[in-house]
Design a binder for this molecule. Structure first.
Ligand code: UDP
Ligand code: MG
Length: 323
């Protein structure tokens, strides 16, 4: 039998409205799994407080004091969903054999956990949670999200369609993941790169039962752009191709002007010149901007600042108390 300590890593940013309910439902789920002997009784749910401004951390401390199934980490400030997740994963991998990452709002169906654990026990190292439909999403969210996945694969980024950050990973996958030191994080792009045997489980995505989304459109666009520029150099190649096209057009115009000259006509000047200058100027600025984006990324990567700083770790606190 494989070792089967499960840790669930759940980043929380201002989630006081949902935590109590989430805790209740996860307790039921994990207790059943422990009872059925599928996961060890040392399994835990680890909440990662991502610098919340409300009572989230107090709540996490309280929950973990009452029930040893729950524990928590607190980051020194808000670092965003992806960094909070990495913080949790890196701590959890020291204690667990399999780790599931999930959002605090239970939009991802927790009944998929059974199947994830089964797949792990049958020898899979990564199990991707995939949304089978988006019936409950608004039209806008559905449209933008699906456009996002299609655009990403067009840009050559290898991601699992309709999979976000609901996934099970084995300890050894996370050990290899820790060698990926990049600070521009896009987790769902990294895991397919690691390899090992993987599979997907399908589930219906629910609505958030309380609180509101922390991903407004602006953040979503930034996230998509970040994903593309972190995993693909296609935008740079695109600039190159564009340069060729513009060059060809200019040769065609040259030939046209030359023929006109031979025929004794002169090409009308001002309009043509003004448009060309502005057009090429715009293209050049966009191109420099795209290149600048990559340079900026390199700047951040070379600084290699820490991705997160842990202020409290309740696992350690408990050990201190009992040792
Ligand atoms: N989250 C976080 N830090 C942030 C923003 C969000 O840890 O800066 C967490 C949030 O608490 C939730 C998860 O990331 O558990 C996903 O956020 P949300 O549900 O708002 O995103 P959506 O499901 O709308 O894409
Ligand atoms: Mg959500």
């Amino acid at each position: 039998m494989k070792n089967n300590i499960l840790y669930m890593v759940i980043p929380c940013y201002n989630e006081e409205e949902v935590l109590t309910e989430t805790t209740k439902r996860l307790k039921e789920k994990l207790s059943t799994l422990i009872h059925d002997g599928k996961i060890s009784k040392n399994s835990k749910v680890m909440y990662v407080n991502d610098g919340s401004k409300d009572k989230t951390w107090e709540l996490i401390e309280e929950i973990s004091k009452e029930d040893k199934l729950f524990t928590g980490l607190s980051l020194s400030r808000n670092r965003g969903h992806q960094n909070a997740l990495v913080a949790g994963l890196m701590v959890a991998k020291e204690h667990a054999d399999m780790i599931i990452s999930m959002d605090a709002d239970l939009q991802d169906d927790i009944n998929a956990i059974d199947e994830m654990v089964d797949n792990y026990l049958n020898g899979c190292d990564i199990v991707y949670g995939v949304r089978s439909s988006r019936k409950t999403d608004t039209f806008f969210k559905r449209f933008t999200a699906q456009g996002f996945y299609k655009f990403m694969s067009f840009m050559g980024v290898d991601i699992v369609y309709n999979h976000a950050d609901y996934r099970l990973t084995s300890k050894r996958v996370l050990e290899h993941f820790s060698d990926y030191k990049e600070v521009n994080l896009f987790l769902r792009g990294i895991f397919p790169l690691i390899g090992f045997k993987s599979t997907s489980v399908y589930y219906e995505r629910n609505e958030r039962f309380a609180g509101e989304s922390k991903y407004p459109l602006k953040k979503m666009l930034a996230f998509a752009w970040d994903g593309i520029t972190s995993f693909s150099v296609k935008p740079l190649r695109f600039i190159c191709s564009l340069g060729f096209v513009v060059l060809l057009v200019s040769i065609a115009i040259m030939v046209y002007a030359f023929i006109q000259k031979i025929c004794g006509n002169t090409v009308e000047g001002w309009t043509f010149l003004a448009i060309s200058i502005w057009f090429i100027g715009g293209l050049q600025m966009i191109s420099v901007g795209i290149i600048g984006e990559y340079v900026g990324k390199m700047y951040n990567e070379t600084k290699a600042r820490p991705r997160y700083i842990i202020e409290h770790n309740l696992l350690e606190r408990k050990n201190e108390k009992y040792s």
